[in-house]
Design a protein. Structure first.
Lengths: 277, 349
């Protein structure tokens, strides 16, 4: 198992209960996000994984319990101070038609700006760096709506980087992307992690989550059922219990991680021919 | 490095992004507005030449000109200027907040509510309140404000969704229009004439008292808007992104929407429900400035230009006294269509 760099935890939740109207989505949940690694929240649809991310990022206010950011109760921090410590990419950001990449990424500096100080040379440097790190410098003057889905997602990630934090929360950064673009975006996320960022994300694709995360949080009906390194957490029993998915977990031929091979009702050859354990 | 970012401008500790095209077009709009403002004052029962107008505005004019300009013509032109600017900024705000170009104070029922209240006063209470000039504008402003708040609270559902805001606005507006028609149908014929005169929107016979009230209220609102508008920029990306960038979007939205409703209310109470300026000014301006979202200051300038320009045309070119609202629609509509079609042609090329 990869050793988690467990110096002071930056983000965590203690006993949070979150709900909409009469429905409880998260029930008295405790979670600690290890620093310096990629943590991915997985779970079946409706298990509350996006709700957990939204709670950690202060978009949702828990009914009970507290979210701690750098040791502070996040509810008591100023919105602007939260934004200086934590970058967030929600699921459906809107880019107004005709907005250029440079202008969008430049908005990431907002938490550091004020009415009288709307643009400094500092801002320009950070934005140029964010564009470079996400490989979109050459697109800087293109309108965002003229880009492909994968490029667009890079641009949004670039904007959260321009916030200048090393703690990033990404809600399903690969949704709507084809596999090649999904890999491209998630490789970028891994680069950021290599560069020292702590990353928390929600992913739908289990194999991508297993391949790229150092820490998995597995959720089911508002509770955390397992947490740890993918190699320790992912078993066929867990997949059956949590997702109701029949699957075989094998060694990934290209990485040192497990690989999930789903077993559906059809297109499965009889056991004797499979040649697998 | 291939990236050139927007350069910054610095004045001491203050710094902004330098966008030459936007500054240039805004300056041209301001110059044009001032020019039309002066022409508007020079034209009347007799023409005062432009240099004399400008001299008089800056206090260097002859005594004869001074009376005609300062006492008779200036109030009308100034009210037009303020009302146009208020409508332009109000429209830019509502369109930005709803993230939808359809969301203008006319569509959201604010103008309709103001009209219904004013007509109610004229027809039901008849002479009593109308004779006092304060009564009617104040009532229109109150009606517009209450309707705006009603639409906002009805549209509220764990936040504000643009489409829902517009649909509820259209519904409330329809009720207000029906109420207005109903009141006019029931009313005494003399009151109807008085109400109609107000309903078409006009800049006729303005006094300095009206100018000052409208001016101060509008200026105060514009200052609040411009200070708050910095927080509006990330809100174009959606509420979640705005929150992630440290914006308390509910508070910002409430303040700006209230300002938009009040600006529209002040405009309606000063000049009657002049249609179309609030819808079209921000849309035309963002195409002239090539900005992705409606620019506030330039929308206000264009609104003012459109309104005093239309008033000038209504008075000088057209044969009989047409209400200014008719002309704003005739000029603004085709111009917006032209800009939209030109964009299509460019994209196809």
């Amino acid at each position: 198992m990869t050793a988690l760099r467990n110096d002071a935890t930056r983000l965590g939740a203690e006993g949070v209960t979150v709900g909409y109207a009469d429905r409880v989505v998260l029930d008295n949940l405790d979670v600690t996000i290890p620093t310096g690694v990629i943590t991915t929240v997985i779970g079946p649809n409706g298990c509350g994984k996006s709700t957990l991310l939204r709670t950690l990022s202060r978009l949702l206010k828990p009914r009970q319990g507290t979210v701690l950011l750098d040791g502070h109760d996040i509810a008591r921090l100023k919105t602007k101070d939260v934004a200086k410590r934590m970058g967030l990419l929600p699921q459906t950001p809107i880019a107004p038609e005709g907005l250029t990449v440079a202008d969008l990424v430049a908005r990431g500096r907002h938490p550091h700006q004020s009415w009288v100080r709307q643009w400094s040379s500092d801002d320009a440097d950070v934005v140029a760096k964010a564009l470079r790190m996400t490989g979109v410098s050459d697109l800087a003057h293109r309108p965002v709506d003229s880009l492909s889905g994968g490029q667009r997602q890079r641009v949004w990630i670039s904007m959260t980087l321009a916030q200048g934090t090393d703690l990033l929360l990404l809600d399903e950064p690969t949704t709507y992307l084809d596999l090649a673009h999904a890999i491209d975006v998630i490789d970028l996320v891994d680069d950021l992690h290599e560069g020292g960022c702590t990353i928390v994300m929600v992913l739908h694709d289990l194999n991508l989550a297993v391949r790229y995360s150092d820490n998995l949080i597995v959720m089911k009906s508002g509770s955390i059922v397992a947490q740890g390194h993918p190699s320790d957490v992912i078993t066929s029993e867990l997949l059956l219990d949590t997702f109701g998915l029949q699957a075989k977990v094998i060694d990934d031929p290209v990485s040192e991680r497990p690989l999930i091979v789903p077993i559906g009702r059809t297109h499965v050859v009889p056991k004797s021919d499979q040649g697998l354990g | 490095m291939s990236t050139q970012m927007h350069p910054g401008v610095r004045v001491g500790n203050w710094s902004w992004v330098w966008r030459p095209w936007i500054v240039l077009v805004t300056a041209v709009l301001a110059a044009l507005t001032f020019l039309v403002f002066c022409v508007s004052i020079s034209v009347g029962d007799f023409i005062i030449d432009l240099p004399a107008v400008i001299r008089t505005i800056f206090g260097q004019g002859e005594r004869v000109d001074e009376f005609v300009i300062m006492d008779l013509r200036m109030p009308r032109a100034l009210v037009g200027l303020i009302v146009g600017a208020a409508l332009g900024i109000s429209g830019a705000l509502t369109q930005s907040i709803a993230r939808n170009p359809l969301a203008s104070p006319d569509v959201l029922g604010i103008t309709g509510g103001a009209s219904a209240t004013a007509v109610f006063l004229v027809t039901v209470t008849s002479g009593a309140v109308v004779t006092s000039t304060v009564g009617l504008p104040a009532a229109a402003l109150t009606g517009g404000l209450l309707t705006g708040l009603l639409v906002y609270f009805l549209a509220w559902r764990r936040g504000i969704d643009g489409f829902r805001l517009i649909l509820i606005g259209i519904a409330v507006n329809a009720v207000m229009q029906a109420l207005t028609t109903w009141l006019l149908a029931l009313a005494d014929i003399r009151d109807v004439a008085r109400a109609q005169a107000w309903l078409v929107g006009s800049l006729d016979s303005r006094s300095w008292t009206e100018v000052w009230t409208t001016l101060w209220v509008t200026l105060a609102l514009i200052v609040i808007v411009l200070v708050t508008a910095f927080q509006l920029q990330p809100m174009h990306f959606g509420d979640d992104v705005a929150a992630g960038l440290g914006v308390r979007y509910s508070a910002v939205r409430a303040v700006l929407l209230l300002c938009a409703v009040l600006l529209a209310g002040v405009a309606v109470s000063a000049a009657g429900p002049v249609p179309f300026v609030a819808l079209v000014a921000p849309q035309i301006t963002m195409r002239l400035l090539r900005t992705p979202v409606p620019p506030l200051i330039a929308s206000g300038l264009f609104g003012a230009l459109l309104l005093i320009g239309s008033d000038l045309i209504a008075r000088s070119v057209l044969p009989n006294d047409l209400p200014v609202g008719v002309v704003t629609a005739i000029i603004g509509g085709p111009f917006l269509v032209y800009l939209l079609v030109r964009a299509n042609v460019k994209r196809a090329a």
